[in-house]
Design a protein around this ligand. Structure first.
Ligand SMILES: Cc1ncc(COP(=O)(O)O)c(C=O)c1O
Length: 390
């Protein structure tokens, strides 16, 4: 006899979708702080500075001028024009205003991209360790992430490794540079290898360039700018990291047809576009001089160098990351299980980090330290580490 399932249950496709482990660490830190404990906030992925005033005033002006009505769900035309100009100038991606779409942060761009491309049972090649949300976004599209170890791919050949991990059901490659959590930056030659594989296998590339402005060694290179790639790449960008706009939920994606129609549908039926005054803030953010972004990059570089030196000094072996704002040292000296290592560090040294295992199996044995905090906070963290290992 079959038992009838209760109606009080969620859709099966969400069963396999996790709820951010990073949010769980954040909640634990809030708890400890409520108990009066001082916690070094190295678990965070938020810029150290506030949203610049001109961006805030642009949103205020839009509100005062009653720009509070529905905007086109893909974004205001002047915003899309500014995005097209930025993409051509900075990324060598040549798009029309119909090929860009404003999104609620990079998160919505990526959600829309996976939903637009994947069918039930598809596989996606994901360089690992990867931003934890990607695994859930792929699972939520009823597809399967195939984790490709980035370090050995670099060592043994990217194309060869992609081939090795690929299945007949592979439909797409998630390509993130600079990477969260490792800070790794793919070179142009590596992008060419990924592109060659995508072309050969007729795959879609979902490119995530959230940290495009934070490259310290080498230069940022957009895979969609390679010959034959614009038509098979959906690239997601965000205002969160470059302009300290995490809470505004502002981002955009660029793609050609047929993907653009799909992206528009997902955005339309999820949020019906980005909040109108926020779109004016985005327009203003795009006017930020490159020199200002370069100045901020140097601020991050200073923080990176301080943290990495401190980590290596206490024996948490760490390579110098080429981009983004995370260091990803080995956790072995504390505990080989990164969850236990993070717990020990939080409880004994009051340093909050993210266990590497949440970024995929290849992240195990590591801890993610974010260095987008004040120089003082990095100094305090290093002092706490010295004390812990003394
Ligand atoms: C690699 C990567 N992509 C995308 C995002 C999305 O950021 P947001 O939704 O704030 O734009 C993040 C945020 O941490 C990230 O690390």
């Amino acid at each position: 006899m079959t038992t009838r399932q209760s109606g009080i249950r969620i859709a099966k496709r969400l069963d396999e979708v996790g709820f951010s482990n990073i949010v769980q660490v954040r909640n634990k830190v809030v708890e400890l702080r409520a108990e009066g404990l001082q916690v070094h906030p190295m678990h965070m992925g938020e810029p150290f500075f506030e949203t610049p005033d001109p961006i805030k005033y642009a949103a205020i002006k839009a509100l005062v001028e009653n720009q509070t009505h529905y905007a086109p769900s893909s974004g205001l035309l002047p915003l899309r024009e500014a995005l097209v100009a930025k993409l051509a100038k900075k990324n060598s991606i040549h798009a029309t205003t119909d090929e860009v779409i404003a999104t609620m942060g990079g998160s919505q761009g990526l959600y829309a991209a996976f939903q637009s491309v994947l069918d039930l049972g598809d596989d996606v090649l994901v360089f690992s360790p990867c931003w934890a949300a990607i695994i859930d976004l792929v699972m939520g599209a009823q597809a399967r992430p195939l984790l490709v170890p980035t370090i050995s791919a670099r060592r043994n050949g990217i194309r060869k490794t992609l081939e090795q991990f690929s299945t007949p059901k592979t439909r797409a490659i998630y390509y993130n540079t600079p990477q969260n959590p490792s800070g790794l930056v793919f070179t142009r030659a590596e992008a060419e290898e990924v592109a060659a594989f995508a072309l050969e296998r007729d795959l879609v590339v979902i490119a995530d360039e959230a940290y495009e402005d934070l490259v310290y060694e080498g230069t940022h290179f957009s895979i969609a700018s390679l010959p034959g790639m614009a038509e098979r790449t959906i690239t997601s960008f965000t205002f969160s990291k470059s302009y300290a706009m995490t809470g505004w939920r502002a981002g955009y994606a660029v793609a050609q047809e047929p993907f653009m129609t799909a992206l528009r549908k997902v955005v339309l039926y999820s949020t019906n576009g980005v909040t109108t005054p926020v779109q004016y803030a985005m327009l203003q953010a795009l006017k930020t001089p490159e020199a200002e972004l370069a100045r901020l990059r140097e601020e991050y570089r200073k923080r990176r160098d301080l943290l990495v030196a401190g980590l290596n000094e206490v024996g948490l072996e760490c390579e110098t990351p080429a981009g983004a704002f995370y260091a990803f040292p080995s956790a072995e000296k504390i505990h080989k299980d990164s969850r236990i290592a993070a717990q020990i560090l939080l409880e004994k040294a009051h340093i909050a980090t993210i266990p590497g295992s949440v970024f995929g199996a290849q992240g195990e044995g590591h801890l993610r330290f974010g260095y987008a905090v004040s120089v003082k906070e990095i100094g305090d963290c290093v002092t706490a580490l010295r004390r812990f290992f003394a």
